[in-house]
Design a protein around this ligand. Structure first.
Ligand SMILES: Cc1cc2nc3c(=O)[nH]c(=O)nc-3n(C[C@H](O)[C@H](O)[C@H](O)COP(=O)(O)OP(=O)(O)OC[C@H]3O[C@@H](n4cnc5c(N)ncnc54)[C@H](O)[C@@H]3O)c2cc1C
Length: 499
């Protein structure tokens, strides 16, 4: 068995151990178990249970025809409308489906989701996000982990872009194992979307369904699609990404913020000699940084960020040349990856985020994922946070269902949505701020003292062949990061306090 297979087998062993071991499972799921225990329903069978309320209005057509809502004998199911079938929308739909809720996902263009995937490359899923997926649907989580590549079992960290020397290293494996969590992995975004989509089912996800508006009153919320169809529900969740229509309808149109960085991404058919020891590495430089990650199957994914104004473009087949100009003097690990990548495997996009908002909804409507809190990708957290949002939201929805109140009459839905937002706010604001801070810190990274061309520079050059003296501030920052960063990474990967 080659080292790679052995590594994957190790991770599967850990995964199956988590699934099989009652202690580990209890540890891993203890908090969710607590929630369900409190709700008087067991973890294993909660997804097969249905709420027992009388249906007042089940079908959109019923309300659309203006008829009054009809009391039915069927069980009343919570009706969840989701705008957007990206990572967040699909994970929430999966959780809702397993609980027997009536869920509909409106996605404007499924092929665009995957096209977008091509642009964005693989996605890193930290232990916390993988653990949420396991709790929501063990089978889907297993498929995701099978299709992914474990990176958390090797050295990950930050290095100087020019010298290649490590600045700081993280140990993601020990902390995941200690907490009984799955190990951080990366997965092709398109594969992730496909697995989630299959899990949810095309009867729930409506393609070519662009949400253009919604209305709400005290009894229901109605979503309006571009083609004029409208659907009623008890809750509307805007999971429609950074350019969210639901968000702009709730809080008004506002421009997204340019991060000051354009991002080139590339996928190389290349196996570097360090692949068995290093998972991902961030290389720092002044006004530019470079992220490289093993993504399995003999491929390496990289992102090259460069500080410049938005909307710049490259001449045809000019991306690789430009990148070699920008990064050509960096360490060989960086230059090698760019050189090994075919021109047509390099893509470019400008990076945007938005300021944090501290209310994500009004009445029966809320937001999750990028619609609520788009963040810069330098910590690789946006998707993970969207997945965690889903879990918090579904836990709050469960409470309303268990309360036995009538979803149409009750203010409880609105109270529950605000509670979900409040519970997520601290973690999300911290990660959002950290992503912006990381971006600022990366911009200012200047590791060596500069002596210009004056007499000091001349004197130094007489005694030192290469007058590179590390700035004292860099040493202080490094010491700070060496203490703070591993703690922060542990906090991020350990999750929201679900376990
Ligand atoms: C370069 C880069 C690298 C990244 N790397 C990572 C990483 O390693 N790890 C990580 O966790 N995150 C990463 N992210 C962030 C991550 O991609 C996002 O945070 C994540 O995709 C958010 O998921 P979402 O479901 O909220 O939104 P999206 O994935 O944007 O999905 C929104 C969906 O809504 C649909 N939609 C939009 N408008 C409408 C409408 N009006 N009606 C119906 N449907 C609509 C869209 O078509 C789309 O399918 C990265 C981002 C970038 C840019």
């Amino acid at each position: 068995m080659c080292k790679k297979q052995a590594r994957k087998a190790k991770s599967y062993q850990l995964f199956s151990f988590l699934i099989k071991s009652p202690m580990a499972t209890f540890h891993c799921l203890s908090s969710s178990y607590y929630h369900y225990k409190n709700c008087n329903t067991g973890f294993v069978d909660f997804r097969f249970k249905r709420s027992s309320f009388v249906v007042r209005c089940e079908r959109a057509s019923c309300c659309n025809q203006g008829s009054s809502c009809v009391e039915r004998d069927e069980k009343r199911r919570l009706r969840i409308l989701i705008a957007g079938g990206g990572i967040g929308g699909l994970v929430l739909a999966l959780a809702a489906k397993h609980r027997g809720y009536d869920v509909k996902v409106f996605e404007k263009d499924l092929s665009a989701v995957r096209g977008e995937g091509r642009h964005r490359g693989p996605i890193q899923l930290l232990s916390s996000a993988l653990a949420v997926l396991q709790v929501i649907d063990g089978n889907v989580a297993k498929q995701i982990m099978d299709a992914g590549c474990v990176t958390g079992d090797r050295i990950n960290g930050v290095a100087d872009g020019v010298s290649g020397k490590w600045f700081i290293k993280f140990n993601l494996l020990n902390h995941a194992m200690k907490r009984g969590l799955p190990v951080t992995s990366v997965i092709c975004r398109m594969a992730l979307q496909d697995i989630l989509l299959n899990g949810v089912g095309l009867d729930i996800v409506r393609n070519k369904s662009k949400v253009v508006d919604f209305m709400q009153d005290s009894n229901k919320v109605t979503v309006i699609l571009e083609d004029g169809q409208h659907y009623d529900g008890d809750v509307l969740v805007g999971a429609d990404g950074i350019w969210s229509k639901v968000r702009s309808k709730l809080f008004g149109q506002e421009d997204a913020k340019y991060s000051d960085y354009t991002c080139y991404s590339g996928l190389a058919n290349f196996v570097p000699h360090y692949v068995d020891s290093i998972g991902y590495r961030v290389f720092l430089g002044l006004n530019q940084y470079f992220v490289a990650s093993d993504v399995g199957n003999g491929k390496m994914q990289w992102y090259a960020f460069h500080k410049e104004p938005p909307n710049n473009t490259d001449p045809p087949r000019g991306k690789k040349k430009r990148l070699l100009n920008l990064f050509g003097h960096w360490c060989k690990e960086v230059v090698e990856l760019i050189s090994e990548t075919q021109e047509d495997m390099i893509l470019r996009r400008d990076i945007y985020d938005r300021d944090m908002i501290y209310t994500w909804g009004i009445g029966r409507v809320t937001l999750l994922g990028d619609a609520a809190h788009p963040m810069q990708p330098n910590l690789g957290q946006g998707g993970c946070m969207a997945i965690e949002d889903c879990y918090q939201l579904i836990l709050e929805l469960d409470k309303v269902v268990k309360s036995g109140l009538d979803f149409q009459q009750s203010n409880e839905i609105s109270t529950m949505l605000r509670r979900y937002e409040k519970k997520r706010m601290f973690r999300i604001s911290t990660v959002h701020a950290a992503s912006r801070m990381a971006s600022k810190a990366l911009t200012a990274y200047r590791p060596y003292m500069e002596f210009g061309s004056g007499s000091l520079s001349f004197m130094l050059s007489q005694y030192i062949s290469s007058p590179k003296i590390t700035k004292p501030s860099v040493l202080v920052v490094r010491a700070f990061l060496q203490i703070f960063m591993p703690q922060f990474m542990i906090w991020m990967m350990a999750g929201h306090g679900f376990w």
